[in-house]
Design a binder for this molecule. Structure first.
Ligand code: ADP
Length: 603
């Protein structure tokens, strides 16, 4: 249970001055605070014996006043240092968690749910910080403070009386330890349940449009009630044990009073104890209640802290799935990219998602990657981003395996545009500048125009200063895609990766954008994964994937001329469809339709 403090040793060592002051003052106060009862007892005895002179009374009152003053100053200082420290730990842990999240690659986020990660960064961090704040206080008060009071009672009043009236003490310790174990188990369950609930709230809020469109509010409410109920039941289970702590302790402390008063009166009667001593004894016994309660609190709070710290550590100790090599090789310009018999499987997959893919790309080439949905286009491109631990075979750049090229370097080369891009809640310009923080306004506008966003830009209320993302204007899927494209283009990356990046843009606009890209990308490498064959008709090489395997490859002309080719068949079918339906404006923007429905439903 106290291992939580050992596990936090690094923190106490870093902030040793703070904790020396806090604990030192708390310790000194232990001794300062046992003076007043002694003063009271002495005063009563002096009065009953008629020996209290005005001078002695003044001295006593003066000492009392000094004690109060010292308590005030030191009390403020330890409290400020101790609780300040717990906030500091909170900040430090959050910082580490965020740093860790940023270091993690997709497999980590596939294994951990967002809501649970958020719960760890909030609830659990708070529980740990309480351990080093209030927990430390209870630790000191329940050990050194109670020991000081006990010794004082035995020495200054009557040792037998002290011993007898403290018989219930071991019982308290035994019971409280038992309760503590139960608290630990139930609290862990409660925190886990809270994580689950968090996760569901997140999913509900982000999926609200779909929920409404499919009229799933009622079902969602019921589903939520179930997790909410689970969190409630688990927390109540914790509360039930915690509720036992105080009454149990008060009961046993009451028993102590009973013994103290009964036996004490007997001792006074037999003149073995003065009235003043009995009074002081009772005040000391009263002072013992808090340290006894603190034992209970201590166990409780240490258990919570320990459970939570374990959850935080578990997250923090998750190793990076993809790390820089120990012997990195520097390459200035990626002249040649080779996939050499690459076979790859996602950590959570039970079949190979890429099978024996071999492909060679020279700088300046444009490679088209086509195939049905789920055929492995994204998976193939992701190999270049090194998001997952590598499979068999190797991807090499200039003959150097990707695993030996420093990450920073690799990322600096890439401009990646996913099918479903993320826009952040910032002005449009900042979203584009993501790829090149120092880019001028002109460069941002030029990149947006390259990405076919000129007309859309004119329609936005504040041009490139318009807020977008979750808290900004609502953009269509096609608009988001084109902004994401501008974000990649502005970097002028060595390797541009378009992963079905224009799927929500109409075919005519796509063709115009691709023509821009062709001009802009002369001399640099571009990968285009798409489900529209005409989009890669100008590519230098086209690869057709099926079930993770390369089933066709060649120049577009070769494939178009090859009877029975899947590419050729799809190409002609899509061209026919396009000329039949005529140029439509972003017909695939399903997202927009759902959104409109959702909006109609709003009050
Ligand atoms: P495409 O881009 O051609 O639509 P993907 O490369 O996305 O295809 O998917 C190829 C296969 O890999 C699919 O069967 C898909 O279910 C699987 N897959 C994709 N991403 C993951 C993942 N993160 N974990 C496990 N399997 C995945």
């Amino acid at each position: 249970m106290f291992s939580v403090l050992a596990k936090l040793g690094w923190f106490f060592r870093t902030h040793w001055v703070r904790y020396t002051i806090a604990i030192g003052f708390l310790f000194i106060l232990n001794f300062v605070e046992i003076i007043p009862p002694k003063l009271i007892g002495d005063a009563i005895d002096a009065m009953s014996q008629g020996t209290l002179t005005p001078g002695r009374l003044a001295a006593m009152l003066g000492l009392y006043a000094l004690v109060i003053l010292v308590s005030y100053t030191m009390g403020f200082t330890w409290s400020y240092q101790l609780y300040g420290g717990s906030r500091l730990l909170e900040r430090t842990l959050r910082h580490r968690l965020m740093r860790h999240f940023l270091d993690m690659s997709p497999p980590f986020f596939e294994r951990n749910r967002t809501g649970d990660l958020m719960a760890r960064a909030t609830n659990d961090v708070l529980a740990v910080s309480q351990t080093v704040g209030f927990g430390m206080l209870t630790l000191i008060d329940s050990t050194t403070f109670s020991a000081t009071i006990l010794v004082t009672m035995a020495v200054w009043t009557h040792w037998k009386l002290t011993l007898l009236s403290l018989l219930p003490l071991p019982v308290i310790a035994a019971l409280v330890t038992q309760y503590g174990k139960v608290v630990h188990r139930r609290f862990t369950e409660a925190q886990d349940a809270f994580g689950d609930m968090n996760d569901q709230v997140l999913e509900t809020v982000s999926g609200m449009r779909v929920l409404r469109a499919f009229a799933q509010e009622q079902a969602e409410q019921e589903r939520f009630e179930r997790v909410n109920e689970a969190v409630y039941r688990r927390n109540v289970a914790v509360a039930r044990v915690e509720a036992l702590f105080d009454p149990t302790i008060k009961l046993l402390v009451g028993a102590s009073y009973l013994i103290g008063l009964g036996y004490g009166a007997y001792l006074v009667f037999r003149s073995e104890l003065t009235l003043g001593q009995l009074t002081a004894f009772n005040v000391y016994l009263g002072m013992l209640i808090w340290p006894m309660l603190a034992i209970g609190e201590l166990i409780n709070i240490m258990q919570r802290g320990n459970a939570s710290l374990d959850r935080v550590q578990e997250t923090l100790s998750h190793p990076q799935d993809v790390r820089d090599a120990d012997d990195p090789v520097e390459i200035a310009v990626p002249e040649e990219i080779v996939f050499d018999h690459v076979t790859f499987r996602y950590p959570s997959s039970s079949v190979d998602n890429l099978k024996d893919v071999t492909l060679s790309v020279r700088r300046g080439q444009t490679i088209g990657i086509v195939g049905r949905t789920g055929s492995g286009k994204t998976t193939l491109l992701r190999q270049l981003l090194r998001e997952y631990p590598p499979g068999q075979g190797a991807v090499r750049i200039n003959g150097v395996p990707l695993t030996r090229i420093p990450f920073e370097r690799l990322r600096a080369w890439m401009g990646y545009v996913p099918q479903e891009p993320t826009l952040f809640s910032r002005p449009l310009a900042d979203n584009v500048r993501f790829g090149a923080p120092d880019a001028s306004r002109e460069a941002v506008i030029a990149a947006l125009e390259m990405a076919g966003f000129r007309e859309d830009l004119a329609a936005l209320p504040d041009g490139i200063d318009t807020m977008v993302g979750e808290r900004g204007v609502t953009l269509s899927g096609g608009q988001k895609q084109r902004i994401a494209l501008a974000r990649a283009l502005i970097r002028q990356p060595e390797i541009l990766i378009l992963d079905d990046a224009l799927s929500a843009v109409d075919a005519r606009t796509e063709a115009r954008i691709l023509a821009n890209i062709r001009k802009l990308r002369r001399g640099r490498t571009t990968f285009i994964a798409t489900h529209r064959m005409p989009a890669v008709e100008h590519a230098d090489w086209v690869v057709v994937l099926e079930d993770g395997r390369m089933v066709e490859q060649g120049t577009p002309q070769q494939l178009l001329g090859r009877p029975g080719s899947w590419f050729r068949e799809q190409y002609h079918r899509q061209q026919a469809e396009q000329s039949e339906s005529g140029p439509a404006d972003e017909p695939e923007d399903v997202d927009g339709g759902v959104r409109d429905e959702a909006r109609d439903g709003e009050p």
